[in-house]
Design a protein around this ligand. Sequence first.
Ligand code: PLP
Length: 370
Amino acid sequence: MAAARPFNFSAGPAALPLPVLERAAAEMTDWQGSGMSVMEMSHRGPEFQSIIRKAEGDLRQLQGLPEDFAILFMQGGALAENAIVPLNLAHKGRVDVLVTGSWSAKSANEAARYADVQRVVDTQPGGYLDIPPASTWALRSDVDYVHLCSNETIDGVEFAELPDLQTLGCQAPLVVDCSSNQLSRPFDWSRVGLAFGGAQKNIGPAGLTLVYVRRELLRSPLPACPTAFSFETVAREGSMFNTPPTYAIYLAGLVFEWALGFEYAGLRGLAALEAQNRDKAALLYGFLDRSALFFNPVRPDVRSRMNVPFFLRESGLTDTFLAQAGAAGLLQLKGHKSKGGCRASLYNAMPLAGVQALVDFMQDFERRHG
Ligand SMILES: *Cc1c(COP(=O)(O)O)cnc(C)c1O
């Protein structure tokens, strides 16, 4: 028997559920008697077609995604979507962006290459610790879309719920970068026009990007858009315009199966994952708020359940903390290079026991260094 695996707090590419990795290993050289690895199959053959259509159906069921949305399996990551989205949607050339952290700041900069961008909100001067109330947003009425990042992976700032643009007097579709909190909680899809996210945070390996798009938004892109990145084309071809990232889709499909069967607190599926995510975050923030050594600076009502940046009041102890945590089987807690400090990412694959182990270790570290 192998020793227990360490707890991996990576922000992404991130930990995957062990049963998923074990199943992928067991099926590596021969997928279900086909005599082929999934990596060796034609993407148009019946075997892979069954894999991708099941993955799509399971994802739709997990997300509670209405039929008027298409699911696209794309490549290029979330940063490519920062260009692909304006190239497909910015026909009037006007985009409003809520800048609430490092990723939405990048989205605003990239969209500005294709459109007139207004930063409706920009919390950079305050260090990205807050989201101003929706009543203060000066949204323009005639934009192609409004962009936000539902969970800022680096800054640890999350929208507790997606805003309803209609009640704010804005008819434009809402575009959401949900890379790091898709499948961590249910979304109110009635408020969304399009959402996208890289898989490598909460879903599967890097190389796969998921796009959830309202079918009524599918139309010819701007002429500069590569055909392989036309939402209309990719949707029409069932994500088979060109070769999709087949192995990443297969692995994501295994994660969806695992998630559908996930049980916690008498719940099942996405509701169970959300409940565990809520408990994990409450455990860690509860400790941070009681600690004399560790702290999280984000305003409590916009704190992320998925990514928890934290700092030591004695910053000279940070490297010692990270080295000792690693030796104790608590991996990849180093903060993003732009922020320093530490960050614990608590995606779906992280069990409550992993967060308990982290809190126990931090408590002990504080006792030893207090
Ligand atoms: C990781 C991340 C990105 C960048 O994703 P890539 O796949 O590296 O392009 C963008 N937005 C958010 C919210 C992220 O967490």
